[in-house]
Design a protein around this ligand. Structure first.
Ligand code: NAG
Ligand code: NAG
Ligand code: NAG
Ligand code: NAG
Ligand code: NAG
Ligand code: NAG
Ligand code: NAG
Ligand code: NAG
Ligand code: NAG
Ligand code: NAG
Ligand code: NAG
Ligand code: NAG
Length: 438
């Protein structure tokens, strides 16, 4: 009973965070009917010129309460216009096709005269950043567009990160959108527990019928998702996370010999702390080039793209190889440099003549402010035969024996309990004989 109460409480709290952290707005058309609904989160990072000839970066979020007066809906185009603070605004324009609608552009205007967001700014102007949406995500008319994944939009010194996005533009006055309307009307009544539960059930049914999910939210086709998470139910985790990085295939060749002497495949997410702020990026294999050197005792893999350079150094010692050093340089979205390295690692250990493999997601603390998350990892830095990976030595988590871990823990625990029980019984017996002898 208590357990159930706790569960309900956790669910309720989860929904509470989800509902209060996001910006939620409804826009009515000229006839007073709901025509545009949005529930989303946006974080901004803006680099501006400050007094003293320096560039400052400020970070803020789209607030919960925004003005929607300048939003508009008509038959073929709509604009979601959110104004906030001292003269800032964020707008998204939509257009409608025969069966789908899409977001075309985002216009973000910020007023540098607002010293609460831009302290010591040299300018007092309002700057407008207009971004044309590149990867047009279309949603079917009568459905909500949903994207829980982060979408980072960069333009000049301005980054906008959108996540937990739920938008329905061109809300139709027809049978198709019934469920959508129902949800949109009910979503406001979340002030008591039964309403929460109803909201949850509504959301659940709603999501199963009338949502168009963005590509980043869908389970990747190359790797079956190990978690039980489905793309149809909204998660209540407040912290955003990037989609699983794409698996890249990297090879190093030496001189005129075109056969690879070092091979690596993996998806890599890099977490790093820059100026007290933790951020993550996925290494995009498209646009990342691999180079390096191969030696008898040391080999190097260098991955580089315009913003990131990573150097992996492997050593061959006593018939085993290992990842010995990692060095990372990143130019962050705000234009700042991150550079860290660790020359004293012992990771990815396997016999020379075989490859190291770890398919499950792994987290590695490279330094105190640099973290690697690898996916579908396989590397061979030495003794490659015929341009193919040799037999793989798998990491512990991949092996079939990993299921033994909980069993071992269970056995150890039971053993401990039995031990305590026995010592208790012995102790009781001893004290009883003690009393008898008195
Ligand atoms: C928008 O329309 C809904 C009904 O569709 C109504 O309840 C709500 O008050 C309207 N909001 C505004 C601001 O007119
Ligand atoms: C500030 O940033 C701008 C644009 O990135 C650059 O041109 C300028 O040199 C920078 N100023 C300083 C002081 O770093
Ligand atoms: C603004 O600049 C002054 C000196 O120019 C400095 O003392 C103050 O800390 C700055 N304020 C902020 C918020 O950076
Ligand atoms: C903006 O700055 C200029 C010059 O620095 C000044 O003339 C103007 O009055 C300022 N405008 C506002 C609205 O503060
Ligand atoms: C933003 O760009 C789009 C496409 O280039 C354009 O249609 C729109 O009018 C622009 N908006 C503003 C406010 O400049
Ligand atoms: C759609 O609008 C018409 C009038 O424009 C109204 O008579 C009808 O009831 C509406 N249908 C729904 C499902 O709201
Ligand atoms: C080319 O490199 C591969 C892998 O290092 C090696 O096995 C092979 O012998 C080399 N071929 C020549 C002609 O050097
Ligand atoms: C990778 O780049 C190629 C060509 O540059 C392009 O055809 C392909 O669509 C890109 N793939 C992704 C996932 O961006
Ligand atoms: C690894 O190092 C040993 C000496 O420590 C050397 O004999 C062996 O050839 C090296 N293996 C490769 C593949 O270079
Ligand atoms: C990385 O950054 C460090 C320090 O700024 C610099 O010494 C090093 O040359 C950089 N490495 C690369 C590969 O850019
Ligand atoms: C390398 O790490 C080991 C333990 O991980 C530590 O004992 C050793 O002192 C470190 N060496 C250096 C040079 O930091
Ligand atoms: C890795 O870093 C995280 C966050 O800084 C920390 O909580 C964790 O204990 C670290 N793990 C190890 C093995 O150092």
């Amino acid at each position: 009973m208590i357990h159930r109460a706790v569960l309900v409480l956790v669910l309720a709290l989860g929904l509470e965070t989800q509902l209060t952290c996001a910006t939620e707005v409804s826009v009515n058309n000229s006839e007073g009917k709901l025509c545009l609904y949005a529930n989303l989160m946006v974080n901004f990072s803006v680099t501006y010129e400050a007094i003293g000839e320096k560039n400052e970066t400020t970070v803020f979020a789209l607030p919960d309460t925004v003005g929607t007066n300048e939003s508009s809906c008509d038959n073929t185009s709509s604009t979601l216009h959110l104004s906030f603070g001292k003269g800032h605004s964020w707008a998204m324009s939509f257009s409608k096709g025969a069966e789908t609608y899409q977001a075309d552009s985002i216009t973000f205007a910020f007023n540098l005269a607002d010293s609460s967001f831009f302290p010591n700014a040299t300018s007092n102007e309002t700057v407008t950043v207009n971004v044309t949406m590149k990867d047009l995500s279309k949603a079917s008319i009568g459905t909500c567009y949903s994207c829980k994944s982060q979408d980072l939009i960069q333009e000049g010194g301005v980054s906008q990160t959108l996540w937990n996005v739920l938008i329905q533009a061109f809300v139709a006055n027809g049978t198709k959108s019934k469920e959508g309307k129902y949800m949109v009307h009910n979503i406001h009544q979340h002030n008591d527990l039964t309403a929460y539960v109803r909201y949850m059930l509504m959301t659940f049914t709603f999501f199963h019928h009338t949502v168009t999910s963005c590509a980043a939210d869908l389970p990747s086709t190359t790797t079956p998702a190990p978690t039980t998470q489905t793309s149809t139910v909204p998660t209540t985790t407040p912290s955003p996370s990037l989609p699983t990085p794409t698996t890249g295939k990297y090879e190093v060749t030496m001189g005129l010999n075109t056969t690879a002497c070092l091979m690596a495949t993996f998806g890599l997410r890099i977490g790093f702390k820059l100026e007290q702020k933790y951020q993550e990026i996925n290494l995009e294999p498209n646009g990342t080039s691999a180079s390096g050197t191969c030696g008898n005792t040391s080999s190097e893999l260098v991955l580089s793209n315009p913003t990131t350079t990573i150097v992996f150094t492997f050593v061959n010692e006593t018939a085993k190889f290992r990842l010995h050093a990692v060095s990372v340089n990143i130019t962050s979205s705000s234009g700042h440099q991150f550079a860290e390295e660790n020359n004293n690692l012992t990771l990815w250990v396997a016999s020379v003549g075989s490859s190291y493999m770890c398919n499950k997601e792994q987290r590695y603390n490279i330094t105190e402010s640099l973290f690697f998350y690898t996916f579908d990892l396989q590397v061979q830095p030495f003794a490659i035969d015929g341009g193919k990976f040799s037999t793989a030595e798998e990491c512990f988590l991949d092996s079939d024996l990993s299921f033994l871990v909980p069993i071992a823990v269970g056995v150890a625990l039971s053993f401990l309990i039995i031990l305590v029980l026995i010592s208790y019984l012995i102790g009781r017996r001893k004290s009883r004989t003690g009393y008898q002898s008195v």
